[in-house]
Design a protein around this ligand. Sequence first.
Ligand code: BT5
Length: 311
Amino acid sequence: MNYTRRQVLSLLARGPTPGPELADRLGISRTAVWKHIEALRGRGFEIETGEGGYELTSIPEYGGAAVQLGLEAPYRIEYRESVASTNDVAREFAAAGERDVVVLADEQTGGRGRQSREWHSPSGGIWLSILVEPDLPPARAPLLTLAAAVAVVRAVDSLGVEATIKWPNDVLVEGGSGDELKLAGILTEMTGEADRVSWVVVGIGINANVDRADVGEGATTLRELVGDVDRREVVQRLLEEFHGLLDDPDSIRGAWIDRASTLGREVRIETGSETFEGRATDITAVGALEVETSTGTETVHAGDCEHLRPL
Ligand code: BT5
């Protein structure tokens, strides 16, 4: 949505406003105001005309404009009904030099996990990618994955869903009998030079208003846990939490430790080159996992982690 239209919307969100006042405040003609109002109506915003001027009486349930409205984070929302992968669309924005864009979709037809694994993304879920240029050296960029996981956990807190994080990128919910089911996953992709990150795309998938049968084994959904949720609210909370953490990168590690369930557990680690078991003891300042094995401490920067015993 263009800048002026967003301004019209945020002024209306504060209360009824006469057309001439909108025109004055935005430095545009009354005809231009009317065109923006019509365009907003076309996007599902109900705007009535009364004594006090234009009055916003209802907003669409989900979509770019709905998420943008009242969002307290500096991101521009680009909404698509259906895409192959929001990460791919965000990469196109990155290549065009854009930053601070969030690509949000109702459905993905080619959702990806790590190592090109398939990510089921039926209509009704929360599938989004945040494109940012953080002020961090490349070595610290994995902190963004941790920040995203913390943001997801905090966003679902308000729904009464108690989730924890499995290193590095899984958000899990206890499924009874000690097993842990995957509610959300994160796929971070980046490019940069030796000393500077040029952009990072943090892809986040949350199984929201979707059936458990549609997201595969070992997974759960918000619909299953608490019934259908207001995706707009969840996305706003998620983006605001993520932005807050990014603003203070030194807070990310502690916030992650607070909500992680991996530390202190017996784990099996699979990196591309080796597999080993041990006890996860700590996480480093750059987000690597420390695992105590029978032969010493291993520091794992990237890999798959399996919790070996139930909680
Ligand atoms: C992940 O990979 O968990 C990263 C998922 C990232 C998805 C987001 S959605 C928005 C953005 N656009 C994309 O295309 N991707 C990102 P990984 O740790 O490799 O886990 C993948 C594994 O999770 C699969 O092999 C399945 O076993 C399982 N899985 C697939 N779909 C799932 C789902 N919807 N919920 C839970 N588990 C799923």
